[in-house]
Design a protein around this ligand. Sequence first.
Ligand SMILES: Nc1nc2c(ncn2[C@@H]2O[C@H](COP(=O)(O)OP(=O)(O)OP(=O)(O)O)[C@@H](O)[C@H]2O)c(=O)[nH]1
Ligand SMILES: [Mg+2]
Length: 334
Amino acid sequence: MGVVPGAPAVSDPAEVARAIRAGDRRAMARAITKLESTRDEDYAAGQAILEEMIEDAGNAIRVGITGPPGVGKSTFIEALGLHLVEQGKRVAVLAVDPSSPVTGGSILGDKTRMERLTVRPEAFIRPSPSSGSLGGVAHRTREAMLLCEAAGYDVVLIETVGIGQSEVTVASMVDFFLVLLLPSGGDELQGIKKGVIELADALVVNKADGPMEQTAHRTRVDYASALDLIRSANDEWRPVALAASALNEEGIAPVWNTILEHHALCVANGAFEQRRRDQAKDWMWKLVDEGIVREFRERPGMAARIAEQEASVAAQKTTPAAAARLLLDAFRAR
Ligand SMILES: Nc1nc2c(ncn2[C@@H]2O[C@H](COP(=O)(O)OP(=O)(O)OP(=O)(O)O)[C@@H](O)[C@H]2O)c(=O)[nH]1
Ligand SMILES: [Mg+2]
């Protein structure tokens, strides 16, 4: 496609893709905004950019980082990001922020702005998207992640708070899933959901500094024994428990080395490729499922029938199976 000299080429996906590849972070931020948009035209424009670039995606190491509110996820990500940037890597940081069911607002907020990492030209930091359903937000993060990879970022770090559904979604789209924990207290006490620990490739007890340092190391040992119990015998990767102080930037290199070790193992045994392929296929089906459900709900006349059947099922006047059959018949009949 020809470039008209002097003309702003912002709407041409190939042009935008070129700008993003050349390291234009503003162009990338705008493209991600489009991918996050609930307006169909904007979303389609974002998709067009992604389609231009998709062949270049897939080369980053994707790391999901979760943990209870206030455990230090953002501080840890900044410390890890700085560590990576110092090694000459380009780092993208994304956040999946489930809106608080109570306040309707953002959980992660923007109290931690990662100021030191933000100023590094090798880093791209995307503040959390603040609207849309949880599933939607996570989907959009997935697309943003692909864009970051295609733009040549070596590592994508994704922050999510470990109290909703988002950590399961994030775990399903990354290569390595890291759970941050506080010194002392079992996982129930820390308010993270049961099962999150089982998703972890590594646990990191953060805030191993000051008066909590000894407690943190004891907690690490406790979690290490817990991991021994839940580990399945045929898993080649043994999840590890580490301790760190994100604040003092201590224990960060061992975490990164663990991630590299895991990466090397998974590349060698084929799990990496397999996982990427499965993730891409799963995502396609998720989008097909969503598209069908949306069409179902939006087909003229369906909304009223759905409301009717929901009420009927709730009042136990109809079985869920009969209601579903009725709705599907109505959908097919149109
Ligand atoms: N002592 C100590 N404090 C820390 C450490 N890491 C983070 N903090 C502090 O803990 C508080 C929360 O840190 P954040 O990085 O915002 O935690 P977060 O998990 O991202 O929080 P949310 O995004 O709100 O869930 C801040 O006051 C940090 O300075 C650490 O290693 N040691
Ligand atoms: Mg945070």
